[in-house]
Write a protein that binds this ligand. Structure first.
Ligand SMILES: Nc1ncnc2c1ncn2[C@@H]1O[C@H](COP(=O)(O)OP(=O)(O)OP(=O)(O)O)[C@@H](O)[C@H]1O
Ligand SMILES: [Mg+2]
Length: 162
């Protein structure tokens, strides 16, 4: 998928599938920041990523906890799922006991724009917008590193050599 290209995801299942495909390009230390209004599908997308990584535990909206760590599964990568909605500053994130080092994990942050960028020099920002119907429009914004090249790989059929 080209940077900033908009892709339509008509159903929740499509968003989940997209997350699963996205998981294939993720590596240890990655930071993914999800933006979009309430109910946009940030958690739904994270559930797809979690399924793709085959992590343990159910991925839910972490409303009462700021972050939850899901143990590594088939892909060998734990998933740190953060909801920064009520987070005032990054110090609070540093203070969290995540049970894992973010350098060894994939970190997905909902509501992290303007806050979580400092966690990693490069990151992938994913913007989700909601249409009048249930369709979501999604755009990938690679920020530094090799994210742009990795996003291109999302066009390849699953399992194709990169
Ligand atoms: N095309 C779609 N993509 C994603 N979710 C969809 C779609 N169509 C309907 N939905 C529904 O929209 C809801 C999205 O909720 P979700 O909790 O993922 O949003 P969120 O962005 O995490 O919200 P919050 O800001 O409260 O964290 C789910 O109930 C999901 O089933
Ligand atoms: Mg959510």
């Amino acid at each position: 998928m080209r940077p900033d290209q908009i892709k339509s995801l008509p159903t929740a299942a499509d968003t989940h599938d997209f997350g699963t495909r996205l998981a294939a390009i993720l590596r240890a230390g990655d930071l993914v920041i999800l933006t979009g209004p309430l109910g946009a599908g940030k958690t739904a997308l994270t559930q797809g990523i979690g399924a793709g990584l085959d992590v343990g535990g159910r991925i839910t909206s972490p409303t009462f906890v700021i972050a939850r760590t899901h143990r590594a599964g088939g892909a060998g990568l734990p998933l740190v799922h953060v909801d920064a909605y009520r987070l005032e500053n990054l110090d609070e994130l540093d203070d969290l006991d995540l049970d894992t080092d973010v350098a060894d994990s994939v970190t997905v942050v909902e509501w992290g724009a303007g806050l979580a960028e400092r966690l990693a020099e490069s990151h992938l920002e994913i913007a989700i917008e909601r249409d009048a119907d249930e369709t979501r429009r999604i755009a990938l914004h690679p920020r530094g590193g090799d994210w742009a090249a990795r996003c291109e790989q999302l066009d390849l059929p699953v399992g194709a050599p990169a």
